[in-house]
Write a protein that binds this ligand. Structure first.
Ligand SMILES: *[C@@H]1O[C@H](CO)[C@@H](O)[C@H](O)[C@H]1NC(C)=O
Ligand SMILES: *[C@@H]1O[C@H](CO)[C@@H](O)[C@H](O)[C@H]1NC(C)=O
Length: 299
């Protein structure tokens, strides 16, 4: 065996674990806009982990726009951080990367375009999976109702595509060309959860549901390997007779805020219904719990 062949053989062994991901097509959306550090870092991290990602996100900051949709229009003023000139078409690709697209509209519309227009072009078909974020600022509890990050994930779910909405308690919205250690930590933590969900096998999540994930402030937890994932609820359990899945010796999951407030780099992971963006029944929670059993910890 010559040196080159043995190098190839070694590379194949080293990459064996990531090979199945190569064909996994992921559409990434957000509401902070296509040029923020968080979304670009997440894209690069997913790519580095062996996935095949595509960004389809608003041309400017559209925080808090829930599931609003509107046909995209040409840009009247320059796009986010001057990354798109005024007068540019309603949708377009990054001249340096044909897997990165802006849509001059809302987060849910950008997701729709990602699935219907760009995925067929880039992937030759539908995406296997969708992620949104990592949003700057938390989407804890009933904020999910107003969040464009969750709205875009819910849009993907409406196409039958399993989706995860990621938000970070800390961080800032700034241009991706500036280094950002917070964005790096968030991308690694989010990718860890994506890995676990993907490794649980197709269809990855039960039909019609997504995950809402809030990552604590990376200032308090600068090392991505310190984060732990805890199954949570979006809404306060208003009916004490309503059981959640039995997890950590109780039938009542903690709220997302309770998990964040507990500290210790804990990441609340809630299962939501795409149509309502609220909690699912305990049997559906159980299906997700069983998929992620190896990753989840207790408070
Ligand atoms: C993005 O939009 C939200 C909601 O309008 C606003 O609170 C936030 O300050 C904006 N971000 C920037 C960087 O302008
Ligand atoms: C992060 O934590 C891991 C596991 O505890 C440790 O091995 C690693 O050295 C830490 N990295 C940094 C940069 O502190």
């Amino acid at each position: 065996m010559n040196t080159f062949v043995s190098f190839l053989a070694l590379t194949c062994v080293a990459n064996a674990a990531v090979l199945p991901r190569d064909s996994l097509k992921i559409v990434i959306g957000n509401d902070d806009g296509w040029a923020t550090a968080n979304i670009r870092t997440f894209y690069n991290t997913l790519k580095g982990a062996g996935y095949n990602p595509l960004i389809s996100a608003p041309a400017s900051n559209k925080s808090g726009s829930s599931g609003i949709e509107f046909p995209p229009i040409p840009l009247i003023t320059a796009g986010e951080f001057n990354t798109i000139p005024a007068g540019a078409p309603a949708t377009g690709a990054d001249p340096k990367d044909k897997n990165i697209y802006y849509v001059n509209s809302f987060p849910a519309t950008a997701m729709k375009y990602g699935i219907e227009e760009f995925a067929p072009k880039v992937f030759g078909g539908k995406p296997d999976f969708a992620v949104t974020g990592v949003n700057v600022g938390d989407n804890l509890g009933l904020k999910t109702q107003f969040s464009g990050t969750v709205g875009a994930a819910a849009k993907a779910i409406s196409y039958g595509i399993p989706a995860i909405a990621f938000s970070g308690v800390g961080g800032t919205q700034h241009v991706y060309t500036e280094a950002d250690p917070v964005a790096d930590v968030y991308a690694q933590v989010a990718t860890k959860l994506v890995n676990a969900v993907i490794q649980s096998g197709a269809p990855y999540l039960p039909a019609g549901v997504g995950l809402n994930v809030n990552i604590p402030d990376a200032k308090d937890c600068p090392n991505a390997s310190d984060y732990k994932f805890v199954l949570s609820r979006i809404n306060t359990d208003i009916n004490p007779l309503t059981d959640d899945v039995n997890q950590c010796s109780t039938n009542h999951l903690p709220t997302e805020s309770a998990v964040i407030d507990a500290g210790g780099c804990r990441v609340p992971v809630s299962v939501f219904k795409g149509t309502t963006k609220l909690d699912v029944d305990k049997d559906t929670q159980k299906q997700v719990r069983d998929r992620l059993a190896g990753l989840l910890t207790c408070l």
